[in-house]
Write a protein that binds this ligand. Structure first.
Ligand code: NAP
Length: 252
């Protein structure tokens, strides 16, 4: 049987796990696509490609040229542009699309969350008085915090941010998750953090900071997700595999 050509749009823990689950499965010929956003991506265990496709038209052309038969969008919940492109290109090329998206975090008793719609709103929500802020929103959307220069920011990201995007009083920490609760607790205490700002990424790899904030009674400014893509969606790698196995056996 000819293996089913599968394109996985990645950049997440789940995409990596899906790729690992497909190693040695000769029903599929998977390729993992990475944006090239991080400088040293973890080497995937399956064939992979790097960089943008050139918008919807570029992705639709790629699907056709490569004979892709199935596509899984396993990008980050905040990678809204790529997800929208995937929906449009899949429709154009007639390729079935599945979105693999981990559920958002939900506040539990003890959490002191303020939910906001974006980075400008998050910066404003820090308020007029100077505070020590733990900013874990990645390195690309820091510029809105320049409008709140009265705060001291501890910024943690995988790659260093562009200096021109930084607010004036910053301390940078380069680190890639997962992080554990004891270390997060120790970091918040050592840095004298008074408030956290995070995207509602979901998942367990970077959720320990929320447990630590709850234990310390610290407020969290939680940036809500952009609207979900309009496509069939599952929350787990297991469910994505079930979808893939079903599609593969329907073709056999
Ligand atoms: P985005 O704003 O939705 O996408 C910007 C452009 O980057 C897309 O239009 C596409 O370029 C290219 N691109 C994005 N993901 C791609 C992929 N998997 N393969 C090939 N090209 C891709 O995305 P983003 O928020 O910058 O995120 C970039 C990558 O980092 C994604 O893979 C995402 O899963 C990962 N990531 C993002 C976040 C986050 O907070 N946004 C956090 C962790 C990981 P073309 O239009 O040229 O095709």
């Amino acid at each position: 049987m000819t293996p089913v050509k599968l394109l996985i749009l990645g950049g997440t823990t789940e995409a990596g796990a899906l790729a690992r689950a497909l190693v040695g499965d000769d029903r599929f010929a998977p390729v993992l696509s990475l944006a090239g956003a991080t400088r040293a991506p973890v080497a995937p265990p399956i064939p992979w490609r790097l960089g943008g496709f050139g918008g919807v038209a570029g992705l639709a052309a790629h699907l056709a040229e490569q004979g892709v038969a199935l596509m899984v969008d396993a990008t980050h919940p905040f990678a809204a542009r790529m997800s929208a492109h995937a929906v449009a290109a899949a429709a154009q090329a007639g390729v079935p699309l599945l979105v693999l998206r981990r559920p958002p975090w939900v506040a539990v008793p003890g959490d002191r969350w303020q939910v906001v719609a974006g980075m400008a709103e998050a910066a404003a929500a820090l308020g007029p008085l100077p505070r020590r802020v733990f900013l874990t929103i990645g390195q690309k959307e820091l510029a809105p915090f320049q409008a709140a220069p009265q705060h001291d920011y501890v910024i943690r990201s995988v790659d260093p941010p562009a200096p021109a995007t930084l607010p004036p009083r910053t301390r940078l920490i380069a680190a890639r998750g997962p992080f554990d609760a004891a270390a997060e607790h120790a970091l918040l205490v050592a840095e004298g953090i008074e408030v956290l700002v995070t995207k509602n990424s979901g998942g367990s790899a970077v959720s320990a900071k929320l447990d630590a904030a709850r234990r310390l009674g610290l407020p969290v400014i939680m940036v809500r997700r952009p609207p979900a893509p309009e496509a069939a969606t599952v929350a787990t790698v297991e469910a994505a595999l079930a979808w893939l196995y079903g599609r593969a056996s329907a073709r056999a």
